[in-house]
Design a protein around this ligand. Structure first.
Ligand SMILES: [Zn+2]
Length: 312
């Protein structure tokens, strides 16, 4: 069982991020549900699909992919307990954001061994962390106990529960420490926040994310996915497949091409925004208020050399 965390400590740690991220009251008053994905992999998720966790389960124990917000740490363990009594042994973090590493410290206190890419650990050491929403707000550094014990430069392979689990650095997309987790035998991919079904790509330039890397990383994922591969999105209610990956990549490429053409015509960011380069896609990917075309397009403009994010 997870040891208790004092409510005072929790609130003190959480308040700035909670306020900055504008999470609504009662955000954490939800149950996590456990969804079978394929083979020995499950998705543990909030009802809104915010920061989906992967759980790989077998006779040797459990490997988790990401750890949700800290207030959900107990709920996460309870959700695992619905499918297995096995020990939670390993945790892989896909990237540094607090909705994916919040449960690290409480899980580490239960001897769960945490793995992440070198770059993610370096980001965790920054005195104040940045979050891409709200034009890069700050939030406090995660506690030392949340840091990974094991980091890797390129990749690491688990031989666990009679399967191979491939864990590797993706091109700098959402951040510069994005890890993809591939379960070839269960035929599942967890792509962290490089892939989401709820909004336009979030390219966190404050943590090293890039537009070119986002397209490269999606190409890589599409190459790994077979016709039956199940894909757990970092954010999104439903498990999807290769077709949805292609659709998301194609949208990202199309918007980029449109913005590039407008930059070539000498358009300012204001003019690019007025031209609505995402118009064909806003209904599908532009409806989440915290990350719309108004957040995505300026980053695309900046990434394609159209000018500083800060001058406009
Ligand atoms: Zn993220």
């Amino acid at each position: 069982m997870i040891k208790g965390i004092s409510a005072g400590v929790l609130l003190a740690a959480l308040a700035p991020f909670h306020a900055m991220a504008q999470l609504p009251d009662g955000f954490f008053d939800v149950e996590l549900r456990t969804v079978p994905v394929a083979g020995n992999v499950y998705m543990i998720q909030r009802p809104d699909g915010f920061a989906n966790v992967g759980a790989f389960v077998g006779e040797e124990g459990v490997l988790l992919v990401d750890s949700q917000f800290e207030p959900h740490a107990k709920d996460l363990v309870a959700a695992v307990r619905k499918i297995t009594d096995g020990e939670i042994r390993f945790l892989v973090n896909t990237h540094v954001h607090p909705d994916h590493i919040g449960g690290n410290a409480p899980l580490a206190a239960e001897d769960v061994l945490i793995f992440a890419h070198d770059n993610m650990r370096v980001r965790m050491l920054e005195r104040r962390s940045r979050f891409p929403r709200g034009n890069g707000g700050f939030f406090p550094q995660a506690p030392a106990a949340a840091r990974p014990f094991v980091t890797y430069k390129d990749q690491i392979t688990f031989h666990f529960n009679s399967e191979v689990v491939r864990v590797f650095l993706a091109p700098a997309a959402h951040t510069d420490g994005d890890t993809f987790v591939h379960f070839p035998e269960s035929d599942v991919l967890h792509l962290g926040d490089v892939f989401r079904t709820t909004s336009y790509p979030i390219i966190d330039v404050y943590n090293g994310g890039t537009l070119a890397g986002t397209i490269e990383a999606l190409d890589l994922a599409i190459g790994l996915a077979g016709p039956d591969t199940k894909v757990i999105p970092g954010h999104g209610v439903n498990v999807v497949g290769r077709r949805e990956l292609i659709e998301f990549r194609d949208m990202t490429v199309a918007v980029s091409q449109r913005v590039r053409a407008l930059i070539a015509e000498g358009k300012t960011l204001d003019e690019v925004m007025q031209a609505r380069p995402t118009a064909a896609y806003d209904k599908k990917w532009g409806t989440v208020p915290s990350w719309t075309a108004n957040d995505f397009v300026p980053i695309v403009y900046h990434q394609l050399g159209g000018g500083s994010l800060y001058e406009q």
